[in-house]
Design a protein around this ligand. Sequence first.
Ligand code: NDP
Length: 453
Amino acid sequence: MSKNITGATDKYLQRFLNGVEKRNQNEPEFIQAVSEVAESIFPYIADKPIYHEMQILERMAEPDRVVMFRVPWTDDEGNIRNQRGYRVQFNSSIGPYKGGLRFHPSVNLSVLKFLGFEQTFKNSLTGLPMGGGKGGSDFNPKGKSDNEVMRFCQSFMTELYRHIGEDTDIPAGDIGVGAREIGFLFGQYKRIENRFVGVLTGKGMAFGGSKIRTEATGYGTVYFMQNMLEHVSDGFKDKTVVVSGSGNVASYAVQKVNDLGGKAVTLSDSSGFIHDPDGIDQEKLDFVLDLKNVRRGRISEYADKYKSATFHEGRPWGVKCDIALPCATQNEINGDEAKTLVDNGCMGIAEGANMPTDLTGIGVFQNAGILYAPSKAANAGGVAVSGLEMSQNSARIAWDEEELDQRLKGIMKGIHDSCVQYGQQDDRVDYLAGANIAGFIKVAEAMLSYGHT
Ligand code: NDP
C-alpha cells in the first residue's frame, strides 16, 4: 500500500473510531469489538471507495434494533424480583438474526452489542444464511432452584416471543443458558404461539434438537486449531493444552483435544482453576459434566476428588503449555497474561469464548507471530451446527452424528481456508485480519445490493 493510502486510511479509521466512541459512550466492550474489526477492514477497503461512499462499516456498527424489557419473576420465598431482558437484532443482511442468549449478572447493553456485532461476522464466515443477533438478561441462574429458573425463563419468553420467529430471529444458548433453560424457553414459546417451529436452537433431542449441537463449539474450536497446526505441518499429538472455563465450550474442547492425542491439563470457573498434570481424561470429564450440569457445583471439587490435581485462585495462563484454549468469557487474557503464555513457549491460541483476549493481549500474540485464531473464526462451530439444526427443523429431518460431525469439520476447514485466503502475509497467516475481512465481504456485498437500508 502506498504511503498516501496508508495516511488516508489512518485518518478515516480514526474518524470512524471517534464517531463510534462518541455514539456509544459507556460501552467499552462494544467499542473494543468494533475497533478490532475496523483495524483490519480499513486497510482492505482503502482502494474500494464504494464502501466509504455507502458508509458500509458505519452502518454495520449500528444494530438494526435493540429491544429492552422488564422481566418480573417470583422466587421460592414468594418475593417479586425484577430483571432486565434484551434482544439486540444486529444485522439481518444475509439471513434472519441468529445468536445466543446469555444469563449472567454482568450482562448489559455494551456486552450484548459487542456479542451481536461479532456474531454478524462469525455467522457470515460459516457460509450459512444467518444474520447476527444476541440477547439475554442480568439474571444469575447460579444458586437458583430449577423452579425459579423456570419461572424466570417463562417470564423472559412472555415478552421475547413477539420479537422472534423461525424466519426472523432464532436465539440459542450462551453463558448461563444451557439445555435446561432452552427447554423452559421453548416450552413457553410453544404455549403462547401454539406452533411447533424451530424458533430456538440447542433444543433437546426429544423436541427438535440436533445431534452434535452441544459439543459443536468446543469441537469446532479444536478442529480450527487442528487446521492451523496442519497448515504448518504439525498436529495435536502430545501437545499440552491449557483450557479455561468448565462449561459447555470448555468441556467439549477438552474431549476433542483428548481424541486428537493432546493432553488438556486445566479447567476453570469464576472462583479459580484446577491443574491436573496427568491430564483430564474422559472419566474425569464425566465428573466435570455431572458437577456442572447436574450438581451445579464449583470446579475446586475436582481437586478434592482427584489427587493428581491442585486448585488455584485466578486464571490458568501461568501454566506452561503448547496450546491455550480460552473458553470462559470476554477479556480473560490481558497483555501480561498473553506475554506469560508466549514466554512459556505457547505456540497457538484458539478462542472458544467470545473476545477472551483484550486488545493488548492480541497485540502480544500477533507480534510474537504465534498461531492466533480469533473467536469469530475459532468458535463458529456452535452457530454453524445451530444453522444445521434450523435446516433439519425446516425439512423435518434428523441427520445422524457422523453426518453432522463431517459437516462441522467441513465448515471449520472452510473458515480456516477463508482466513488463509484473506490473511496470507509474506511468511505467515494473519488469522485475525483474514477472519475480519472474509466475514465482512459477504455482509457488505448484501448491504450494497440493498442500497440505503
Ligand atoms: P457456560 O455457562 O456453559 O460456561 C461458562 C464458563 O465460564 C463457566 O465455567 C463459568 O464459570 C466461566 N465464566 C463465566 N463468566 C466468567 C467470568 N466473568 N470470570 C471467570 N469465569 C467465568 O457457557 P459456555 O461454555 O456456553 O460459553 C463460554 C464462552 O463461549 C462464552 O464467551 C460464550 O459467549 C462463548 N460461546 C459459546 C457458544 C455455545 O455454543 N455455548 C458458542 C460460541 C461462543 P462460573 O460457573 O463460575 O460462572
